[in-house]
Ligand binder design. Structure first.
Ligand code: C2E
Ligand code: CA
Ligand code: CA
Ligand code: CA
Length: 278
């Protein structure tokens, strides 16, 4: 506590601007977020590209704090990463994933939840301990859990990151390269990585319906990824023509507002039940 006050005073007297004060406030409040039960998860449906049916979900964190109100993940996740708090959040998300797998009305042979790992998670042995703990509860977790990592998380310390990814792959977990195309790695480099899935960033997918350039990029990415034996996901599908086009290109899985925004677990369960009776 005293250390915190010192930092605060130091920053204050050195003319800290409003944005930095907000960041300090967020960090201070975020430390209590798990204990105070302020976090929730939304589920964004993962859609089979061919059939249009829901085959899983990505888990996305939401945080509501009494003092700060709703704070978006784009604001608090980077701060959680810098401070190391992210490891606590990742554990919380993964524990909820196991609970959801028990609770949701799903055929566990053909259903997976995706969770986002940060660079900090990937570069720490805590992820290995976390997975081992979860497997005590659910020994077959590898069938139903996909771990999403970004290129930037890997390039920050490739040897270290690849060692952990290998461990996850050897245990049978799906590993997805998130936001693919926004980094600087080529598919040839991706090929060296122990991953199962490529998730094409929404920057290329959103404009598909009326951008010939993005169509070329996405078409060739799908082709090459398939030749390398990777499963291909497109995120940010916002209209039906984009879905139909991706179908023609043989894309495997989709996410996007056209199908659904991220929704609560209750709404997601209802969606699954609705599809089962359709
Ligand atoms: P992401 O992993 O790339 O997640 C996808 C983001 O795109 C989500 O934003 C989702 O709501 C949004 N999205 C989905 N479909 C569409 C669409 O059709 N159009 C548009 N415009 N957006 C769409 P969200 O939930 O705000 O999350 C933002 C980022 O925060 C995530 O990007 C991820 O990097 C991070 N994040 C969220 N939850 C977690 C978490 O539990 N752990 C970690 N490490 N990061 C997380
Ligand atoms: Ca993601
Ligand atoms: Ca993404
Ligand atoms: Ca992103």
């Amino acid at each position: 506590q005293a250390k915190h006050e010192q930092t605060f005073l130091y920053c204050y007297s050195s003319g800290l601007d409003e944005q930095h004060l907000r960041q300090l406030h967020i960090l201070e409040q975020l430390q209590q977020a798990v204990a105070r039960d302020e976090l929730t998860l939304l589920l964004q449906p993962k859609i089979d590209c061919r059939s249009g049916r829901t085959i899983g979900a990505e888990l996305l964190l939401r945080w509501h704090n009494q003092q700060l109100g709703f704070v978006g993940p784009d604001e608090f996740i980077p701060l959680a990463e810098q401070s190391g708090l992210i490891k606590r959040l990742t554990r919380w998300v993964c524990e909820r994933a196991v609970e959801l797998l028990e609770q949701l009305p799903v055929d566990s042979e053909h259903f997976s939840l995706s969770v986002n790992l940060s660079a900090v998670d990937l570069l720490s042995d805590e992820i290995l301990a976390l997975i081992a703990d979860l497997e005590v509860q659910r020994p077959q977790l590898n069938r139903n859990l996909v771990l999403e990592v970004t290129e930037s998380a890997i390039v920050s310390d490739p040897d270290n990151a690849i060692a952990r990814l290998n461990w996850l792959r050897n245990k049978g977990y799906g590993v997805s390269i998130d936001d693919y195309g926004t980094g600087y790695s080529s598919l040839a480099q991706m090929r060296q990585l122990p991953v199962t899935e490529l998730k094409i960033d929404r920057a290329f997918v959103q404009p598909l319906a009326d951008s010939a350039v993005d169509q070329s990029i996405v078409r060739s990415t799908i082709q090459l990824a398939h030749e390398l034996g990777l499963y291909v996901v497109a995120e940010g599908v916002e209209d039906e023509p984009s879905w139909r086009w991706l179908q023609q290109q043989g894309c495997d899985e989709l996410q996007g507002f056209y199908f659904s925004k991220p929704i609560s677990a209750i709404d997601f369960a209802q969606r699954l039940q609705g599809e089962a009776h359709a």
